[in-house]
Design a protein around this ligand. Structure first.
Ligand SMILES: Cc1cc2nc3c(=O)[nH]c(=O)nc-3n(C[C@H](O)[C@H](O)[C@H](O)COP(=O)(O)O)c2cc1C
Length: 325
């Protein structure tokens, strides 16, 4: 599959997650086999206002593999201007695409008419996609859900509107807005959208292991799959899926490998954000690296109070010592 000039051989994407998919997470997932990732969503309005923090979120680094910048908003001219600004910024020079968020269900976003609220209006989807496409030299991709609720399943109309306006690829999360993150991702709708589109389709929702990844590929015919929550504290999922795709044996990471990877991710985050912010933000993710190991609950408690790398390190190392005894 290709998105613009970017060749994506294994079809494995890291899905965008606000508060999670910073450079450190993207880098770790890339090292494990995710071929393409997307930044946390950034507000188009904030980009247009030249908000400094927003440019930090949109910053792309050359060592993390292909990354798209995701924007949200609902006014075509602002979305277009934001895409143009980001395409021309020095710190975004390595971005490979602009991704438009049309799937966010969060109340604050939805009630502003942004995110998945755009799916109420396929004509607006077409306008926004066209305006963004005309404003940037980068490929433009779109991320949607299946619809607003079970009575309004219109992913196909929305996908076709985006494609007609020039979208280069589309990602679909197989849930409605009303479902938020509950229930199950609907593969039938994803398959229906895939069959109708000419552009590459990336399927998303509920992939937490290699078996579910293979099923997502085979049930939907998708060109790629995007993994979100399944990669939090478990970037190894990408190597697990790669092994399954190539039919080779997979050995689960040891506790030591998990601890080492968690610390590597934390050090990278500290390099970008400073110790206090990085440690505070990473607490949940680090605890998930230990999921399933004995003593994980105690260590989660310790990590939730940690404010320094040394504190996190000593908690994680105590997990290793416990496991050896
Ligand atoms: C904490 C969190 C933050 C998210 N932030 C974004 C976001 O910024 N942009 C976006 O398009 N989707 C966002 N999503 C949705 C995910 O990209 C993905 O579509 C969803 O989690 C389903 O995939 P999964 O089952 O693999 O997690 C977010 C999801 C979570 C759980």
């Amino acid at each position: 599959m290709k998105i613009g000039n970017t060749n994506i051989k294994n079809g494995l994407f890291l899905a965008p997650m606000a508060g999670y998919t910073d450079r450190a997470m993207r880098l770790v997932c890339h090292n494990m086999g995710a071929e393409y990732s997307v930044t946390e969503m950034v507000s188009a309005k904030a980009v247009v206002f030249r908000d400094k923090k927003t440019f930090t979120l949109a910053k792309i680094f050359s060592d993390e593999g292909p990354v798209a910048i995701q924007i949200f908003g609902s006014e075509p001219s602002i979305m277009a201007e934001a895409a143009k600004i980001l395409s021309e910024r020095e710190e975004c020079r390595d971005a490979v695409a602009i991704d438009i968020n049309m799937g966010c269900p969060v109340k604050k976003i939805f009630s502003n008419g942004d995110g998945s609220a755009l799916m109420k209006n396929p004509a607006l989807i077409e306008k926004i996609t066209r305006a963004v496409k005309e404003s940037t030299h980068l490929p433009v991709t779109v991320k949607i859900r299946t619809g607003i609720d079970e009575h309004h399943i219109n992913a196909l109309d929305c996908a076709l509107a985006a494609e007609a306006a020039g979208a280069d690829a589309l990602c679909i999360h197989g849930r409605t807005t009303a479902q938020m993150y509950g229930g199950k991702a609907d593969k039938k709708i994803i398959e229906k959208v895939k069959s109708a589109l000419q552009i590459p389709l990336i399927a998303n929702g509920d992939i937490t292991n290699a078996e579910e990844a293979l099923t997502m590929f085979s049930d939907t015919g998708a060109d790629g799959i995007a993994i979100g929550r399944g990669a939090v504290g478990n970037p190894f999922i990408f190597s697990e899926i790669l092994s399954a795709l190539s039919g080779t044996d997979y050995t689960k990471p040891t506790l030591k490998e998990r601890v080492d990877t968690a610390l590597y991710q934390l050090r990278e985050a500290i390099a970008d954000k400073g110790e206090r912010v990085a440690v505070t933000e990473a607490r949940g993710q680090i605890a998930l690296y230990l999921k399933g190991f004995s003593g994980a609950a105690r260590i989660r408690g310790e990590i939730n109070r940690a404010t320094t790398l040394e504190e996190v390190k000593s908690s994680l190392c105590s997990a290793l010592t416990d496991s050896e005894n």
